[in-house]
Write a protein that binds this ligand. Sequence first.
Ligand code: MTE
Length: 581
Amino acid sequence: MATPKVIHPQINDYLPNTFEDLKDIKNRPDEWKIEQGLSGAQLPFIDQTGKEPIAIHPSKPAVPTKDDDAIKAVGDPNELFQMERPGWKGYVEWEAYPEKKKQGHKILTSQNFPPNPEFQMGPIPDTNPVLPGTHWKMWHHALGGELTDVPEDSWKTVLKEKHPEMLHLLQFPYNGEPPKRLVTDKAITPNSLHFVRNHGGIPLIDQDKFSFTMDGLVKNPTEFTLADLMDESRFPRVEKYVTIQCSGTRRIEQISLYPGQGDEVPQAPWAEGAIGTAKYVGISLKKVIKACGGLINGGKHLEFYGADTYFKDNEVMNYLVSVPWSKVKANEVLLAWEMNGEPLPAIHGYPLRVVVLGYIGARSVKWLYRIKAIENPTLAPVQSKEYLYFNQQIGKFNQSPVDGIQIQEMPVSSAIMSPWTKQVIIHNGKINCKGWAYSGGGRWPERVELSADGGFSWYAVPLENLSEKRKWTWRTWSFDLPCDVEGWVEIVCRCWDNSLNTQPLTVRAAWNWGLHVTSSAHRISVYSVNKTRAKTAEKLKKFAETGSPLAPLTWPEEFPNITWDAYKKFWAENEPRDVDE
Ligand code: MTE
């Protein structure tokens, strides 16, 4: 076998760099990592229930299989799963055709797909896109027909509509957020930087061919075009600033503590950017229901249908969720076609989306094509099997959907966008911090507090440093946090909303198996280099004078702090370290 390539001759000379050298080493090279919990996915389970403990090693990936005959017998995908309506590229209707759902299920269960890459118990790949969404691409391709091009078309839309600096957490279905420095750069998030959370592909819909249906338990089921909805003589126009937040925001903190269950899509490793604020223009859904003669026969919930295709447990469906009538009645549910003065971008639901004020983002359905009035909350999986907040002690082998609270209003939360954890900050006694604060359900941030000592003492951010107060939006903030320390400090941020709710202090306190709603106070560790200290200032001057490199922090200090003469003088003038009896 060839000798591994020498990259740094000087360093490599000291390494066991031939396989010959390694022949007597018996353990696997990553063993110490496994033992130290740095590579948890490789760690065997230990079954202690028998006489002797048994190690159960991670399964080998199943070899993909495919029953071509069974798949062929289902029929021609181009006919089965064809475009539902002209001008609606990528839209397959599932909900109206139970037979078609069965055919999709048959195709999916007639083959095996390779397992997802492990990222929660191993290192998260350092690529952008971070995760590829291989399963989801494969499922779309496996069904074929109108879904064939959806993964590729969706990625093209991402590249066209989103900022080049977006962090693509998941390529397909697309999940992306802005980098930290751009999350709160503006109190109103530019469209290209607004986070995106998709469960399926992006349908590309012609506005001219668009209409949506309101039916179910309403007196007069009606179809509306966009022009109908925009007709101000029928529907008063509503303009609202709204923050949409995904319940996955800041999930990375929960993953870093303990992983949970889930494949790439429900468990995308969101940072603090799965939240954004925009001005939406549209109408109140209440008026549309009124135009349909109102609810009848016990209609109490509104089920929203999105034109994208969603996969769950080998079942195929459209994206469906519901909200209660009480929310609609309060004029807190909008049908919107404009975002920050522009038509909705395709990626955000063009031509029409729901915007539910103060609820988890999952209820704000994009690419809306139908609203059905129903008696009870929808049983559709996005509502009934996902976005559940489990008790901490419910683990993989115990949980059932009825154990989870359906997440609806997001609790009060906040995050520090600058500086970043492990960053070295050189300052004059104050560290400038920036971030956001938000509370769901129509509550708003009243006070943002920061601590430079891990949460023992708190400074309130002055009101003039907070962005405008509104009922349905976040507030961005900036603050010069007093910090006398030289060395590591833990900066913590928390918010108090107008109901005096505040945040739990640790991630563990609110950690949950579904890894949703990371509402704990946001903590970052930074290294404070405090120039108001004479010695620090002197040292920095020396680095500057000699042109010496300051970074990285872990390099040994270049200039001694004390001369031998001064050292000896100190001990001459002071007691020795050890004491004579
Ligand atoms: N609507 C449809 N049709 N499909 C989706 O995948 N995702 C929901 C919601 N509406 C989704 C959807 C979720 S979970 C969130 S957080 C918001 O859209 C995100 O909205 P945005 O992508 O416009 O930021």
